[in-house]
Design a binder for this molecule. Structure first.
Ligand SMILES: [Zn+2]
Length: 299
């Protein structure tokens, strides 16, 4: 049973309120799927649809952060407890071996199954790593450790990869010389779904909500939520009966526009498809990896 894992950075699950953009933005796909917006009121469990609120604080004081939060999601290990803090942005060096050797990608590969990282990376990204202007995200460390091939602009142009900004609108604005056409978010979702035809675990990471929540994008929070909803529209329309969509996050941010940054809110664990039952008891971000393995292992 293939699993398509959509990782969204910085999306919490909060009650409906005028201060929750998830309740006020146009998200017709999520509304139709859940019977309402992606808020706590829509928590539910059906045979092929699950929405849970899962904890990301993991018993460690302070606001949840990406470096350790993403490590917990991708390894199933309580990364903040291991290093004694929530580490922002990138995983601490001490956690790199864990990510490289015990990630969900590695676990999938050792079972003889096929994992893939759907994101395309530009030459500029690899140069920024070489120049130490950027560091590797948890996802990239895990993918490299498992020996996955990371996709490039040729894959993107051929429709076999996605950019982290979904529509290429930000990419083409930042780097017009790459000449990458802007696409509809729905098409990105269809392309993501198609990768499950040849892989068991398809992983896509999107940093739009966290960056929008921090006010670091030239587009609005509402635009970002509209793109994500469009991605889900294309993805859900192209989902086959054997496919499962898994969507979750590393910490809250975008769901509370009164907070300057991250929140203590739980995050959504949204699962659509026959494997939803394997996630029915997940309590926090350390339980997601085991759910994926159980889903992939079920006949
Ligand atoms: Zn952040």
């Amino acid at each position: 049973m293939p699993v398509i894992f959509v990782f969204l950075d910085g999306v919490g699950l909060a009650p409906t309120s005028p201060h929750n953009p998830l309740a006020t933005a146009a998200t017709p796909t999520l509304q139709q799927l859940l019977g309402g917006p992606l808020t706590q009121e829509q928590i539910q469990q059906q045979p092929a649809l699950l929405l849970r609120a899962i904890d990301t604080t993991l018993g460690v004081p302070g606001l949840p952060q990406s470096g350790t939060g993403q490590t917990a999601l991708l390894t199933g290990v309580n990364a903040p407890a291991l290093v004694g803090r929530h580490q922002p942005y990138y995983p601490p060096v001490a956690l790199r071996p864990l990510l490289a050797e015990r990630s969900i990608f590695h676990q999938v590969q050792t079972r003889g199954l096929r994992a893939t990282f759907a994101n395309a990376f530009t030459p500029g990204y690899w140069q920024a790593l070489a120049d130490r202007r950027l560091r590797r995200t948890a996802g990239v460390i895990a993918a490299e450790g498992a020996g996955l091939r990371l996709r490039n602009l040729d894959d993107l142009r051929a429709g076999h990869a996605l950019m982290w900004d979904i529509t290429h609108a930000l990419l083409s604005r930042r780097d017009p010389a790459l000449n990458i056409p802007v696409i509809a978010a729905q098409l990105a979702g269809e392309r993501l779904a198609a990768l499950a035809h040849t892989h068991d675990l398809v992983f896509f990471e999107c940093f739009l909500p966290d960056l929008a929540g921090h006010g670091r994008l030239p587009v609005s929070v509402a635009d970002v939520l509209e793109w994500i909803d469009g991605l889900l529209a294309g993805l859900l329309a192209a989902l086959r009966p054997q496919d499962t969509l898994l969507l979750t996050s590393d910490h809250g941010n975008i769901e509370d526009c009164t907070a300057a940054g991250h929140t203590h809110n739980p995050v959504p664990l949204l699962v659509v498809g026959a494997a939803a039952r394997h996630f029915a008891t997940v309590q926090d971000s350390t339980g997601v990896a085991a759910g994926i393995i159980a889903a992939l292992s079920s006949p």
